[in-house]
Write a protein that binds this ligand. Structure first.
Ligand SMILES: [Zn+2]
Ligand SMILES: [Zn+2]
Ligand SMILES: [Zn+2]
Length: 371
């Protein structure tokens, strides 16, 4: 999946918004109609760049650029982006400590205090379409929801949303704090990647089975050919040049076998394309739960949301993989809160923070795989 979230987000929305967008390395070159140009405050032909130090002609786009708001409006016209404001829902006040202790397990830290305040929270719901292409093709749509304040992804709230709250309220809640869109989108992409991998598990297994069957068939066929040559050498008692000629035939068979196997692997290699279909921003009043957690002699503030649609506390997102996690560790270096998987080196099984050390384990030097 695309690793430059802001650029890919802008490209996606301009694309579906009816603009011509060309990707050119780190830049986007866009051609838009005069009408859209007016709306976005762009020239009809414009270069957009995303790294601030470059002094080029064109417009620098960051997550705080006004253009992002204008782009959302463009989406609103097209039905690709819309906003839903939920009515005031009942916010639970009691038994906070009990809920926290049921829901969270602090593996190497202790909870010092917790308090709750009312806060307007916004969520970004993103629909992604994926197509996995190999010998077979599989397509699907997945929806990811990300809390724009805490980056939690309480996917279960979707079913309640769809049950009727969806009509929303006319009152627009003003959101005071929201993470930069780039961070939210990046978290959503990671969650989407996990979801897509999960959905493709059976598909990948089936392809593997077919590949293994095909490879076994090819190995059988070429194995028989080799045996025939070996039998000939034996039977005729070949030596010297005659034997060498037959042996070179065996080597040629081996080369051909390797080539055929590689051909099969290429045939079954999997390519996954993911595209953003549309986005919905949901705002509602929720309870913001502020925790103070202590690890050794340092403290961390962790914010979680008690979600009135779920009637429950949202699990925090692991800072490493962004998956929801009930059990978490704080790392010694930066107090990142991470899930057990992101707190362990898969090679030496020692405690390592995968946020502080994303590439390799500082203890055994083992390289980390993309997850
Ligand atoms: Zn994790
Ligand atoms: Zn290690
Ligand atoms: Zn860390």
């Amino acid at each position: 999946m695309e690793r430059k979230p802001l650029k890919s987000l802008v490209k996606e929305v301009l694309d579906v918004g009816g603009c011509l967008v060309e990707e050119n390395g780190d830049l986007l070159e866009v051609v838009v109609t005069p009408e859209i140009a007016g709306k976005l405050g762009l020239k009809e032909h414009e270069i957009l760049y995303f790294t601030p130090q470059e002094s080029r002609n064109g417009q620098f786009i960051s997550y705080s650029s006004d253009i992002l708001d204008s782009i959302s409006e463009l989406m609103e016209d097209k039905g690709h982006f819309c906003k839903v404001h939920l009515p005031r829902l009942y916010l639970k006040k009691e038994r906070l400590d009990q809920i926290i202790s049921q829901k969270l397990s602090l593996a190497n830290s202790v909870l010092r205090s917790s308090r709750a305040v009312e806060r307007t929270v916004s969520y970004l719901l993103l629909n992604f379409k994926y197509s996995a292409i190999s010998e077979e093709k599989k397509e699907g749509i997945i929806t990811v929801v990300v809390n724009e304040l805490t980056l939690a992804s309480p996917g279960e709230m979707m079913s309640t949303l769809l049950k009727g709250y969806y009509e929303g309220s006319r009152k627009e809640w003003r959101v005071e704090v929201r993470r930069p869109l780039e961070e939210v989108f990046s978290a959503a992409c990671k969650v989407a990647e996990h979801e897509i991998r999960r959905e493709l598990t059976d598909f990948v297994r089936r392809l593997d089975r077919r590949l293994n069957k095909d490879v076994a068939r090819i190995e059988g066929y070429y194995g028989t050919l080799k045996e025939e040559v070996e039998a000939r050498i034996q039977k005729r008692g070949l030596v010297g040049d005659d034997q060498e000629r037959e042996l070179s035939r065996i080597r040629a068979i081996d080369v051909e076998l390797k080539r055929k196997i590689k051909e099969q692997r290429d045939r079954y290699s999997l390519r996954v394309n993911v595209e953003l279909l549309n986005a919905i921003r949901v705002t509602m009043l929720a309870s913001l739960v502020i925790l103070r957690i202590r690890r050794k002699n340092r403290e961390k503030r962790l914010e979680l949301v008690w979600n009135p649609l779920l009637k429950d506390l949202e699990l925090p997102a692991c800072e490493g993989c962004f998956r929801p996690t009930g059990i978490f560790y704080l790392c010694d270096e930066e107090l990142h809160h991470i899930c057990p998987r992101c707190h362990e080196c898969p090679s030496c099984h020692k405690a390592v923070c995968r946020v502080c050390y994303p590439q390799a384990c500082p203890k055994c030097g083992g390289k980390f795989q993309e997850r």
